[in-house]
Design a protein. Structure first.
Lengths: 573, 453
């Protein structure tokens, strides 16, 4: 035997294809269908009838067409050359595909050769995850070739120098190790142990870093209705967060937007390395008009790529926009297979699928003993802005932070429209202790004060809408003013600004301190008998504009402006 | 491949569907010719093939069909139409059949109407405006070439008037431009109105008009926008034209989709619309864009009515998630007699910052638009406040905001039907409206600009 037997298609309904006589196949195995070899994945087997989900348009496919098992699960080829490029949901390079994507027009990668530099010697005994060598010409980030999981022994036949992408660079314990390796996307890559130490992922967005920070290896969800600036926020995170590798998954979203983000990444400079931001980014694009089932796979593909870099000892961030579209693909397919629907037609295993995805985030000690992390940030697009719908409701149980985007804030052009009242971060206490250890002992107290002031201002604003601000007491009106100053002077951050698009810890701390000092002074003034109207009508423009003027470390300028505003206020007496 | 072979084993007729048995060599999504016993020819698409059974949806509906005497011929290829400049100046029905008394539309090639997804790496980010000659849109929600910008309306509001006005008078500043107007589920009166309003541009050979009326078969409605977009893609990406595709009313389209889905016994999602409504709408709207290295563009302006005025209804909600902004009508503005009754604060064009400003429209455009919106937001707050405490309790500045809002509606937003305003006219009106406010309130305008006034 050994020869691959072809089965035949018996039923086609959109992406659902059923085949018979295909011989032994396993769940999640890859099968190619018809003359244009459309890839499909086994999702059910019953009495010899095998159900597949096809990853491309199945037009023209009909009963009798051949179905050839590939003998392996849906896998992607991981190796050098991923950074700085755009791929589809099955990690096939789109950069080298034609303008219009027709099924069967197989997307092939150019056979690029790489320069491999060995870091071990023949005869060395190596263990899984250990460094074999690096690819010298793979870009700014050192590309490390590791001993694959489950392989160990003595290194033989070690290559050195130029080799093709599909070259074998060594044998380890008699097993050939390639420069690139296939990995089944649905299987989490193994690691030694999860690390418990917490270090913050700096996102460059003040509202996140100050109020709802996340740790490296955490997961965060960004729910927001349309028009709340969700995509812009995610793009800002992709550009400015301090990770080594960003995997940006455009999952069922707009083509023009994706084109724009790619164009921007190629233009912008990475403040950490001086190279292009694109050189640390892998873009996985499955726009909303591309085949639906590849959208389902794209999420796993993205995480597998991130884990690949994590294993090299890097900090990777997966940004998925939007997981709701992925859930819709699950629903669409479940309905085709006639699965019993749960809430709103979603399959009953939606919650476990979401959990399995977010649980692939983590900060770990790799097989090779270095530390790396995968952080997952997933957008959620609740239909009608309804936060109780299944995808939003399930997601928030599995994430460490939720950055809820508020439509009212977005309508009043307050960006990023992250709501302070309905967001949370379960990492905040641990990150607070980290800041305390790392030379900012006031961090937890400052965060508490900001949150308390914002909450109090919200409560009073709701009251003022009913009874009018004039009926509030003077200290209460100072609280209202303080809330406004915090919102305008600290939390707002323009994605288009050349100075303020990305913040910094020092600047954020200084801005908050400045606003709080001014609020304290206002409170003192009204306590000392100054008319609250005079305080309210004071020109705070300098304070509010400060975020647009001060660079990431310009603490001095912020201090000077604060003092100028304070001095101006004192003249009111 | 199998063209020519007819199958007659019709087993089931249900809603718009025919189930035919004992077929061989049939592929999914194939185009089918159906011959009735009366000799009448109808058309269909394969929805599912299961062993020797094929489920076909009939474009013209199953009325009058019987199991006996119906023969189906499978063409072996998806539903396609001839494409090319032959469409310009024509008036056709929802399936692309001529209704202007002319011959069938000919083209040099045929293209499947489903289209193929555009490789996102080939997309050129949109950057130049389409000038609609409507102040509310040009000033505040500039339509950008390659964008998809929907118009959210309510039943009874003049969205068809505005859609035809935009279709009739839009330009792209000298470059080759044409319009594909797809009427989906229009009443006969509306269809006649659209024909009338677009006659001039049609006669000039700059317009393709597709009209599916409300009493046409429901499946046909699913094809109409696809035909429109296929025609547009050819005119744009091979013909080098800038093409504006206006599609109205997409709510009728979604209802047609729901009807077919229900007939197929699919599991419904929100409000009984099929679970794939998002992907289906995206497969239409995402066909807009520009391609690197090619001159033309496809801009999509879908019009939809929000049932019950509910913006969270699945059709406007999913549309909003796909499109790059939205123009929203307000019943309140309509009641005040404003045309077009656009609600500026709820409207947004996400690509405006790329398509307006220096070198695109006018250097002061983005600042003026930002200032207008900020002032309108403040004016609304003042109006809310005035309702509580009365006009007399307002400060002088607050009263200026109310006057500003009045002037905004009267001089900038309000426009006669059929009136085309140049961009300069629109922006000068915007300045006049803004200057009703004290200069200290115009903080978003650069001082250099203010000093010139």
């Amino acid at each position: 035997m050994g020869a691959v037997t072809a089965g035949r298609v018996v039923r086609v309904a959109g992406p659902l294809v059923e085949v018979r006589d295909i011989g032994p196949v396993a769940m999640h195995d890859l099968v190619t269908l018809g003359p244009s070899a459309i890839p499909g994945e086994v999702v059910a087997i019953r009495d010899g009838l095998v159900s597949l989900q096809a990853y491309e348009y199945t037009g023209g496919l009909g009963p009798g067409a051949a179905a050839v098992p590939a003998g392996r699960p849906l896998s992607v080829r991981l190796g050098p050359g991923l950074l700085g490029r755009v791929f589809d949901g099955l990690l096939r390079p789109l950069s080298s595909a034609p303008a219009f994507l027709r099924p069967g027009a197989a997307i092939k990668d150019g056979d690029q050769a790489w320069y491999f530099e060995a870091r071990v010697s023949e005869g060395d005994a190596v263990r899984p995850g250990q460094l074999l060598g690096v690819v010298a010409d793979a870009g700014a980030l050192e590309h490390r070739v590791l001993v694959p999981p489950g392989t160990s022994g003595v290194v033989e036949c070690l290559a050195d120098g130029k080799c093709a992408a599909d070259a074998v660079i060594a044998t380890v314990g008699g097993v050939p190790v390639g420069l690139c390796a296939d990995w089944p996307v649905r299987v989490p890559r193994p690691y030694r142990v999860r690390r418990t130490a917490v270090e913050p992922l700096r996102t460059g967005q003040r509202v996140v870093d100050l109020l709802f920070p996340i740790a490296r290896g955490s997961a965060a969800a960004v729910p927001g209705g349309f028009g709340t600036g969700k995509t812009v926020l995610l793009q800002q995170l992709a550009k400015w967060c301090d990770a080594d590798v960003i995997v940006y998954i455009g999952c069922g979203e707009r083509g023009n937007e994706l084109a724009e983000v790619v164009a921007e990444l190629f233009e912008l400079t990475d403040p950490r390395t001086g190279g292009r931001l694109a050189d640390r980014t892998v873009v996985i694009a499955n726009t909303s008009n591309m085949p639906m089932m590849a959208r389902e796979a794209s999420i796993y593909t993205g995480v597998a790529v991130a884990e690949f870099y994590r294993d090299m000892g890097y900090h990777a961030v997966v940004i998925a926009d939007s997981t709701s579209r992925w859930a819709e693909a699950l629903r669409e397919f479940a309905s085709r297979t006639g699965a019993l629907p749960a809430e709103e037609g979603y399959p009953a295993d939606l919650a476990s699928a979401l959990a399995a995805f977010y649980e692939r985030a983590g900060s770990v000690e790799t097989l090779g003993g270095s530390s790396g992390s995968v952080t997952i940030i997933g957008a959620v697009s609740p239909p009608g802005g309804d936060m109780t719908e299944p995808v939003t409701a399930h997601t928030e149980r599995f994430v460490r932070a939720r950055w809820t985007l508020d439509r009212d804030l977005a309508y009043s052009r307050h960006y990023p429209a992250v709501s302070w009242s309905s967001s949370f971060s379960r990492d905040a206490p641990a990150i607070g202790s980290h800041h305390v250890r790392e030379n900012d002992p006031n961090w937890p107290a400052r965060r508490d004060r900001v949150i308390a002031l914002l909450a109090e201002a919200d409560r009073l604003a709701a009251l003022a809408e009913l009874v009018g601000a004039a009926t509030l007491s003077a200290p209460e009106r100072v609280v209202l003013l303080g809330g406004r100053l915090l919102r305008d002077g600290v939390l707002q951050q323009s994605a288009l600004s050349t100075v303020d698009a990305s913040g910094g810890d020092e600047k954020a701390a200084a801005l908050v301190e400045a606003v709080l000092a001014v609020v304290d002074e206002c409170r003192r003034l009204v306590g000392a008998g100054v008319a609250v109207e005079d305080v309210e009508e004071f020109d705070f423009t300098e304070l509010v504009r400060l975020r647009e003027r001060a660079g990431p470390r310009d603490v001095e300028l912020i201090g000077r402006s604060r003092d100028a505003v304070l001095a101006g206020l004192r003249r009111l007496t | 491949m199998t063209g020519g072979v007819e199958f007659t084993g019709v087993r089931e007729l249900r809603g718009p569907l025919v189930v035919v048995a004992d077929v061989t060599g049939v592929g999914w999504d194939e185009f089918v010719r159906i011959r009735l016993s009366s000799g009448e020819l109808r058309h269909g698409l394969v929805l599912e093939v299961d062993h020797d059974l094929a489920v076909v949806q009939v474009l013209e509906g199953t009325a009058g069909m019987s199991c006996a005497g119906t023969a189906l011929e499978f063409t072996g290829s998806p539903f396609g139409i001839p494409v090319g400049t032959g469409w310009l100046g024509r008036v056709c029905g929802g399936r692309g059949q001529p209704i202007d008394g002319g011959p069938p539309v000919f083209g040099t090639r045929r293209e499947p109407v489903t289209g193929a997804p555009l490789n996102p790496t080939w997309r050129e980010p949109p950057a130049e405006p389409v000038l609609t000659g409507v102040s509310a849109i040009d000033a505040l929600t500039t339509l950008v070439r390659g964008q998809k910008l929907p118009l959210f309306s309510l039943p009874g509001l003049p969205h068809l008037e505005l859609a035809t006005q935009i279709a009739a008078q839009s330009t792209v500043g000298g470059a080759q431009f044409c319009v594909v107007f797809a009427g989906i589920g229009l009443t006969h009166a509306d269809a006649a109105f659209a024909r009338d309003a677009l006659e001039e541009r049609s006669a000039a050979g700059e317009l393709v008009l597709l009209l599916n009326t409300a009493d046409d078969p429901v499946v046909e409605r699913i094809l109409t926008p696809r035909i429109a977009l296929t025609v547009a893609e050819e005119l744009a990406f091979r013909g080098g034209r800038h093409v504006l595709v206006v599609m109205t009313d997409m709510t009728s389209y979604a209802e047609a989709l729901r009807e077919v889905s229900a007939a197929r016994g699919e599991i419904p999602a929100r409000r009984s619309y099929p679970g794939y409504l998002y992907s289906d709408l995206a497969s239409l709207f995402e066909r807009c864009g520009r391609i690197r290295g090619r001159p033309g563009s496809v801009t999509v302006l879908p019009v939809l009515t929000m049932p019950g005025g509910d913006i969270t209804h699945p059709v406007p909600d999913l549309t909003g998630y796909i499109t790059e902004g939205q123009i929203v009508f307000s019943a309140e503005a309509h009641a005040r007699g404003v045309y077009p009754p656009v609600a500026p604060l709820a409207s947004l064009s996400r690509l405006m910052r790329n398509g307006a400003g220096a070198g695109r429209t006018r250097a002061d455009h983005l600042d003026v638009a930002a200032q207008l919106l900020a002032a309108l937001a403040r004016a609304q707050q003042v109006r809310d406040l005035a309702e509580l405490i009365g006009l007399s309790g307002l400060s002088r500045t607050d009263r200026a905001y109310l006057e500003f809002e009045e002037a905004f509606r009267g001089e900038l937003l309000g426009q006669r039907r059929g009136e085309t305003r140049s961009l300069d006219d629109t922006l000068e009106r915007a300045w006049r409206v803004l200057l009703r406010l004290p200069r200290s309130e115009l903080a978003m305008l650069p001082t250099a600009l203010l000093e010139q006034r």
